[in-house]
Write a protein that binds this ligand. Structure first.
Ligand SMILES: NC(=O)c1ccc[n+]([C@@H]2O[C@H](COP(=O)([O-])OP(=O)(O)OC[C@H]3O[C@@H](n4cnc5c(N)ncnc54)[C@H](OP(=O)(O)O)[C@@H]3O)[C@@H](O)[C@H]2O)c1
Length: 347
């Protein structure tokens, strides 16, 4: 039985059975069944039909959506949604709250989770949780921060692009590297091979910036040379102590601000990084929390973003709390924007 081709919300071509679709007869009417969701943010759909042959239905050519004026991979984010997020996005008027103005940096913690609080199906497994609208939101947020920060665990598993594909950003219709954030990778033991990454490829193509790698072990020359050649930076920060290999978040943020004038950073994960920043000793450094909740359960064994529990005296208490909470529905997801309910510790 012949079906009716339509573009679904994932921008992929699917064939509906005639009973589920319109019963219109003319080619034009059939063509109008090519339903490109007007809220669709991605034009990756132009890759779905690549052999240049006309798409046919019942022997009649169908008009294809016209993406010719658009750049491949460009995302759009609705201005209405952008307005709703605005109070949670750093702007020149957002007050600094930390230490001396030179050391201060605005930190947005953002990630996507399932209904059972998981951020990935299993350790080491890349898991797409956000729908197309929330994905566009992530790129909108990237355009509004000087840097995006992730842990090496995420880098090794996901090989993310860490650039901004919002229309108008550099490489996506905009000038130079305008609105492209600097990728910052926390890689204490220099495990990441930058030369074989998407970040490297995009930096070469002028569609993303070269990264800053934060490390505590000495960076070997075979890692440092390609990084420096591409314009990247190795930032050595000593570990906290002999028996604690971690680097202090205070040091990370202060060095990014002082040495690279990074005034805002969007922390995107993964699990260990999120857990550390939610811990009471670090949470005060966070200015905004933006969590996308996807309508799915990932099940037991999934990677959670749960910080260590917190005990005061003999009682267990909440680890971290939020205030000024706003819920924004985005497609099938809902996005929670809030501010940490903590006081900045006095020095
Ligand atoms: N749903 C989402 O929004 C989302 C977003 C991002 C990632 N993810 C998922 O999260 C998973 C990865 O999470 P993960 O916990 O394995 O990796 P991760 O948090 O990305 O990176 C963890 C690593 O970063 C280093 N690190 C973290 N804090 C440090 C500190 N204070 N000082 C020094 N080094 C520090 C450590 O490296 P060493 O081991 O070398 O010491 C640690 O093992 C992946 O499955 C990924 O797909 C999900």
């Amino acid at each position: 039985m012949e079906g009716t081709p339509v573009w679904n919300s994932e921008s992929s071509l699917v064939v509906e059975s005639p009973s589920a679709s319109s019963s219109s007869n003319t080619a034009q009417e059939k063509g109008s069944l090519i339903n490109v969701d007007p809220s669709s943010n991605s034009v990756e759909a132009d890759q779905q039909h690549t052999n240049n042959e006309p798409l046919q239905y019942g022997g009649v050519d169908l008009p294809l959506p016209d993406f010719s004026s658009r750049l491949r991979d460009v995302l759009r984010f609705s201005p209405d949604h952008a307005r709703m997020l605005e109070p949670h996005v750093p702007s020149p008027t957002t007050p600094y709250k930390a230490m001396t103005p030179k050391e201060s940096i605005r930190v947005t913690l953002t990630y996507a989770q399932s209904l059972d609080g998981a951020i990935a199906l299993a350790p080491g497994m890349q898991t797409a949780l956000s729908g197309p609208e929330s994905k566009a939101m992530t790129h909108h947020l990237r355009s509004r921060h000087d840097a995006i920060l992730i842990g090496v665990g995420t880098m090794l598993v996901d090989n993310p692009s860490l650039n901004c594909r919002i229309e108008g950003a550099g490489g996506y219709g905009g000038e130079n590297l305008e609105h492209q954030p600097i990728p910052v990778i926390i890689d204490p033991q220099c495990k990441w091979d930058f030369g074989w990454s998407k970040v490297f490829e995009l930096a070469q193509k002028g569609k993303g910036r070269p990264p800053i790698i934060v490390h505590s072990a000495p960076m070997p020359r075979y890692r440092k040379i390609p990084l420096q050649k591409a314009g990247g930076v190795s930032m050595h920060i000593p570990r906290r102590s002999f028996d604690d290999h971690r680097i202090s978040w205070n040091d990370i943020f202060a060095r990014l601000r002082l040495e690279h004038d990074i005034k805002s950073v969007m922390v995107e994960g993964g699990g260990s990084i999120i857990e550390e920043l939610l811990a009471p000793e670090n949470f005060w450094m966070v200015d905004s929390v933006i969590v996308t909740i996807a309508p799915t359960w990932l099940g037991k064994g999934a990677v959670s973003a749960a910080p260590k529990d917190c005990v005061q005296g003999v009682h267990k208490v909440a680890v971290a709390k939020l205030k000024d909470v706003k819920w924004v529905p985005l497609g099938d997801d809902v996005v929670m924007c809030a501010k940490p309910d903590v006081k900045v510790p006095q020095k």
